[in-house]
Design a protein around this ligand. Structure first.
Ligand code: MN
Length: 228
């Protein structure tokens, strides 16, 4: 079998302590998963109904790479988030079944054209142009779940040009990782290669051309980059 044009490349991420790479199928994101961030956006958390959106797999940018300042915005925002990588999939999972799908963890930025998101919210339009643009998902190298100990005290943080912008502990998440995966699995059949951005804490703000960012899931993964 041959294709009429060259098939698109498979997006992938490096793995800490391995020469292999993790292939990316889909990128799912949860919105409003930290109450303080929901408040700063003028929204509230609906615990019974987690809110999801997606980014394309080829929006992922690897650690250390420049992120071009996107077109069509004057308000590019950072949202630091823990990223979960699934090693296998399923649908209609219990939280216990969902937890067993986790292959590894990383840290990423859910970059957002905040001005276009505000317009979309006002008009009742979808969020794609605000969230799913090219290079909108810088993600660190992944660490295998078997090598990770996370708990409610684990620290997630972001600094820009050496200044701390966002910091939280994972205990502040409204929906935990098994609950997020289980909820997603009622909406989509999940598969190995899926990444999940698990929401951002308070402190989101604008990035400018030339800014250098450093994101950490403390003791697990680090992400560095520069807005080009
Ligand atoms: Mn986000």
């Amino acid at each position: 079998m041959t294709y009429t044009i060259a098939p698109p490349a498979i997006s992938s991420l490096p793995i800490i302590g391995s020469d292999q790479r993790f292939p990316i199928r889909r990128v799912f994101c949860i919105g409003r998963n930290y109450a303080e961030h929901a408040r700063e956006m003028g929204a509230s958390v609906d615990k019974s109904a987690p809110m999801f959106f997606c980014k394309p797999a080829d929006a992922v940018v690897s650690d250390g790479a420049d992120v071009p300042y996107p077109s069509a915005t004057n308000d590019l925002h950072h949202e630091v988030e823990m990223v979960v990588a699934l090693g296998s999939g399923g649908h209609d999972l219990t939280p216990e079944q969902a937890a067993a799908l986790v292959w590894g963890y990383g840290v990423g930025l859910d970059l957002t054209r905040r001005d276009l998101q505000a317009q979309a919210k006002a008009k009742g339009h979808p969020w794609d142009v605000a969230k799913a643009f090219d290079h909108s998902a810088p993600v660190s190298a992944l660490r295998r779940a078997a090598d990770v100990t996370l708990d409610a005290h684990s620290v997630l943080r972001l600094s820009v040009n050496g200044e701390l912008r966002q910091q939280t502990t994972l205990g502040e998440m409204v929906h935990g990782v098994p609950q997020i995966i289980a909820a997603l699995s009622t909406l989509f059949e999940l598969k190995g290669g899926d990444l999940i951005f698990t929401g951002t804490p308070a402190g989101v703000a604008a990035l400018q051309r030339g800014d250098r960012f450093h994101a950490e899931l403390l003791g697990v993964a680090e992400l560095d980059g520069r807005i080009g």
